[in-house]
Design a protein around this ligand. Structure first.
Ligand code: NAI
Ligand code: AKG
Length: 525
């Protein structure tokens, strides 16, 4: 039974769902990094929010870990590169808390416009300072949105409902989408020049870090109000403090900070500053949504191989997962077959899908082919990191789906081009689930993949099979199955021999030296 660790506060629904789906679960919240490292080796899954840092050090000792599930959106607390390198799928729940977070951004905008927290504190202190708290209306003001994805779009809709004008800067926002939302698509400079309120809704990346730096903040309109409900690090906190004190910025609201938990921060104590402790996603509704969703996604992956909302793997639906399982084996074996025969640098691989398989989601199958192909050369290749490793090595990967009938009801063909030659190998599933090799270099052959195999190419001349059988017999190697194919009588022949033991290099060399043999290679599956 797979076992999951929940290491951040998650709704109890998550535990119920894991259990209902047959996943064992431990809840240990508030672990220090060394405590997490000490226990993570026992778990197949790790469910987190934003407090747990899934670093390369944690991943290095997470020997069984297959999946990290983020109950929320931002994954800047997960080292995705390290997870990918170790074959750990990282998934999030991209929609479950978007409305809640957008609502918090709107709440913060009202809070800074009307100084609600300070007015509340003053009133409850018995001061009745009616003249101190002069606010600003939101109606007909311009809201500048930096980032207009899930949350930014919801903020835009709500703001338009409040009669605000909305200008959005987002390089990935299309003109059509902007029009449909009713926002002006602008450059960042235009936004800075026009906005009365600025709200940020981008992830924290190397491109967005410090996107509102001091220089840009100084170019904003005097009296601007700024809301950061996305991530600490997007806005220069010290510059905001200085500009709040100077009065250039009329108000700022921060839900997120460059260091969290933010027990201290340069912003604290600045005038007209509203702070909340990363509460963007903290509603009962959002927490139910994300806990339920992450538990479902992680259980599905661990129990069936279905992948949803992954940041480093193609999605595989729960419906597709069982159908893909035997194909994944076939695809990896075909890749492995080609990879084991390849002795020089791989330049390109083409993966062709024909018949039934062409109607499936073939992305994961392509990843399985590449995994098998690279494994003889690279120790730590897996389904998750294979495409990246191939790209890093300059291997051109082509995926082709043919809308035509093949000799078999379903067929995958892997063609590898190296510095020296192009070689193809095809396979099918017998009975819908048993992988079979059906062509090698266009030569028809029907063979299962066995743990230990001998691949031989030779001249199609009488006597060869006897010589090979005698040599194997003399050296005590038992033949399990023997498959032959040839391009034409007297032409090139291929033998695939499954044997009951691992073949040593010296014996393979002796086979390679037999009369008529052009290549002999031991293969393992
Ligand atoms: N305060 C909180 O509790 C919460 C904070 N968040 C934060 O909100 C962020 C946004 O979430 P979603 O809207 O769901 O993500 P999303 O991925 O749907 O939208 C992000 C948008 O930012 C845009 N973007 C990326 N780079 C940009 C750049 N350099 N300049 C301008 N725009 C850029 C993208 O094109 C995308 O449209 C998350 O990454 C997370 O960090 C999310 C949930 C809760
Ligand atoms: O889990 C939380 O409370 C924070 C949510 C968040 O920041 C996110 O989903 O990106």
């Amino acid at each position: 039974m797979p076992k999951v660790l929940i290491s951040d506060e998650l709704s109890p629904r998550a535990v119920e769902i894991f259990k209902e789906r047959g996943v064992d679960v431990d809840v240990k919240v508030g672990l220090k990094p060394d405590q997490l490292r000490a226990i993570i080796g026992a778990y197949d899954g790790l469910a987190i929010r934003s407090a747990t840092k899934v670093t390369a050090e944690v991943l290095a000792v997470a020997e069984k870990l297959k999946v990290v599930g983020r109950a929320g959106i931002g994954v800047d607390n997960v080292d995705i590169k390290a997870a990918t390198a170790r074959g750990v799928v990282v998934m999030n729940t991209p929609f479950g808390n978007a409305i809640t977070t957008a609502e918090h951004a709107i709440a913060l905008m009202f809070a800074v416009a009307r100084q609600v927290p300070a007015a509340d504190a003053s009133t409850q202190a018995g001061k009745w300072e009616k003249n101190r708290f002069m606010g600003s209306e939101l109606s007909f003001k311009t809201l500048g949105l930096i980032g207009c994805g899930n949350i930014g779009s919801i903020v835009a809709e709500r703001a338009i409902g409040l009669k605000m004008r909305v200008a959005a800067y987002d390089p990935f926002l299309s003109e059509e989408r902007a029009q449909a939302l009713g926002v002006d698509k602008v450059t960042l400079d235009e936004l800075i020049a026009r906005a009365d309120f600025i709200s940020i809704h981008t992830p924290l990346t190397e491109q967005t870090r410090n996107i509102l730096g001091r220089e840009r903040l100084m170019k904003t309109r005097k009296g601007v109000r700024i809301v950061n409900c996305a991530r600490g690090g997007l806005v220069d906190e010290l510059a905001v403090r200085d500009l709040l004190i100077s009065g250039h910025i009329a108000g700022a609201a921060f839900d997120v900070f460059s260091e969290e938990p933010a027990k201290q921060n340069v912003l604290f104590g600045a005038p007209n500053l509203v702070c909340t402790p990363h509460l963007g996603a903290s509603t009962v509704e959002a927490q139910e949504n994300v806990a339920l969703q992450v538990a479902e996604q992680m259980s599905d992956y661990l129990m069936t191989g279905a992948v949803a909302n992954s940041l480093n793997m193609p999605n595989v639906s729960a419906e597709d997962a069982p159908r893909l399982a035997p194909y994944l084996k076939l695809a990896e074996n075909l890749g492995s077959f080609a990879g084991q025969l390849t002795e020089t640098g791989i330049k390109a691989v083409s993966i062709e899908y024909e018949g039934t398989v062409a109607a499936l989601n073939v992305k994961p199958l392509t990843q399985a082919v590449i995994t098998g192909l690279l494994r003889p050369q690279l120790e730590n290749v897996n389904m998750v990191n294979a495409p990246i490793l191939a790209r890093e090595r300059g291997v051109d990967v082509a995926e082709v789906k043919h809308d035509r009938d093949s000799d078999y009801q379903t067929q995958i063909t892997v063609t590898v081009t190296t510095e020296r030659r192009t070689r193809s190998v095809s396979g099918t599933l017998f009975g819908g689930k048993r992988p079979r090799l059906v062509y090698i270099k266009g030569i028809e052959i029907e063979a299962e993949f066995a743990p230990n195999m001998l691949y031989i190419t030779n001249d199609d001349k009488p006597g060869f099979i006897g010589r090979l059988g005698a040599l194997l017999g003399d050296t005590g190697v038992n033949i399990a199955t023997f498959h032959l194919g040839r391009d034409k009588p007297g032409g090139e022949a291929i033998a695939l021999v499954a044997v009951d033991q691992k073949l040593d290099g010296a014996l393979v060399d002796r086979i390679g030296a037999l009369d008529g043999v052009t290549q002999a290679k031991a293969l393992a599956f």
